[in-house]
Design a protein around this ligand. Structure first.
Ligand code: PLP
Length: 404
């Protein structure tokens, strides 16, 4: 068996059909050049038409209209544009935001930047599954709240948020709402047309079979945003800079495929995900994190007491399996990621976290081989584990497991 890729939450393989769609925009065509989409001549016009076709496909994937899609360099830029754009467009007396504690760094760090510059941010707690409580959110809204930020689904533990209820609340209170749907797009049904409370929504092509370095921000009709990119005024003045035509065309192709194959992909991923959950939780002490049912189709997030994440990832890699560490821990010290912390987990649990994220191209045979390798690695690591790590794993009977 070749190398088995089970880290689709980090990035997905580029779909061969997407690559085919992109190639003409990277090659010099016979007898011509690919123009700058802003140029008036034919070479520019065809590039501009290709971008507009991609805009339609991306809009269709989330139930938006094409004019509501702003292409960016990825999910991070889309999130930054939303956070700073909504804060910048708010009236001067509105200097408060409610942002969940489990956001990706692209939203969290943007929120921290605002905080350092005089904004007040309420960092909204979640329950033990990493889910936001809408009544708690409601209690945090203030007359000076400029915007709310709660992601559609979490990249670490896979928990899906009650976005429709949050959107309804924000619409009723007239508060702009940004949601990061980078992990959710292609895996959850997104219909922004029926969620008028969603003001902005971030997307990234490389999480759904598209190229890295391309993303988009949905900006609902009538939503006011300020820009932080100054230049030629492309993308409705919200994102100046010559467009990444090949990347955008690839994003459009990936969005079309994700829309057309949605049901098949989600069913395939769910079956593989549940196979991993069933198999991995048979290993003594191993438990699932995140919501048991309201979770992304491809996400498995585990705590593996007695096995340190990095060692486990490297050992599995050596055996031919790519998985994620499960916790974006601070590089400076032994600290849980803000996501696991918000869920009430300590550093020791984060230290033993593993994220396995399947894609629709994975197979049951690959999963079975992975489960075998996981069992083997966990036993070996537990045998080598220092006493302190074992002592920090009170819910695991290491003796029993060793003897088994
Ligand atoms: N938001 C979430 C939830 C993500 O998972 C990621 C990527 O890991 C991003 C934002 C950033 O997207 P990009 O890698 O396209 O900048």
């Amino acid at each position: 068996m070749d190398y088995v890729y089970l880290d689709n939450a980090a990035t997905t393989p580029l779909d061969g059909r997407v690559l085919e769609a992109m190639l003409p925009w990277l090659r010099r065509p016979d007898g011509g050049v690919r123009g700058n989409p802003s140029s008036l001549h034919r070479a520019g016009a065809v590039a501009s038409e290709a971008i507009e076709a991609a805009r339609e496909s991306v809009a269709a994937m989330i139930g938006a209209v094409p004019g509501e899609i702003v292409f960016t360099s990825g999910g991070t830029e889309a999130d930054n544009l939303a956070v700073f754009g909504l804060a910048g467009a708010a009236p001067p007396e509105k200097r408060h935001a409610v942002i969940s504690q489990i956001e990706h760094a692209a939203v969290r760090e943007a929120g921290r930047y605002l905080e350092e510059r005089g904004f007040t941010v309420t960092w909204l707690e979640t329950d033990g599954f990493g889910r936001v409580d809408v009544s708690r959110l409601e209690a945090e809204l203030r007359p000076d709240t400029a915007f709310v930020g709660v992601m559609w689904a979490n990249n670490e533990v896979g928990t899906v948020q009650p976005v429709a209820e949050i959107a309804e609340l924000c619409a009723a209170r007239g508060v702009p709402f940004h949601t990061d749907a980078v992990q959710a797009a292609g895996r959850e049904r997104i219909e922004v047309g029926s969620l008028p409370g969603v003001s902005t929504l971030a997307l990234s092509a490389h999480k759904l079979g598209g190229p890295q370095g391309t993303g988009a921000l949905y900006v609902g009709t009538g939503v006011e945003l300020t820009s932080r990119t100054f230049g030629g005024g492309q993308e409705r003045g919200l994102r100046s800079g010559t467009e990444n035509v090949a990347g955008i065309v690839g994003f459009g192709a990936a969005a079309r495929l994700a829309t057309g194959e949605f049901t098949r992909r989600v069913h395939t991923e769910r079956a593989l995900r549940d196979r991993i959950i069933d198999g991995a939780t048979q290993i003594p002490g191993v438990r699932l994190n995140g919501h048991p049912s309201r979770r992304l189709s491809g996400n498995v997030h585990l705590t593996v007491p007695g096995a340190e994440s990095e060692s486990l990832v490297l050992m599995l890699d050596a055996l031919g399996f790519a998985v994620g560490k499960g916790s974006a821990c601070s590089s400076s010290g032994h600290k849980a990621s803000p996501v696991l912390e918000a869920m009430g987990q300590g550093a020791d649990e984060a230290f033993s976290a593993l994220r396995v994220s399947v894609g629709f191209e994975n197979t049951a045979e690959e999963i079975d081989a992975f489960l075998e390798a996981l069992g083997e690695c966990v036993s070996r690591l537990r045998e080598m584990a220092p006493r302190t790590l074992k002592a920090n794993s009170p819910d695991m009977d290491l003796q029993t497991e060793k003897g088994a």
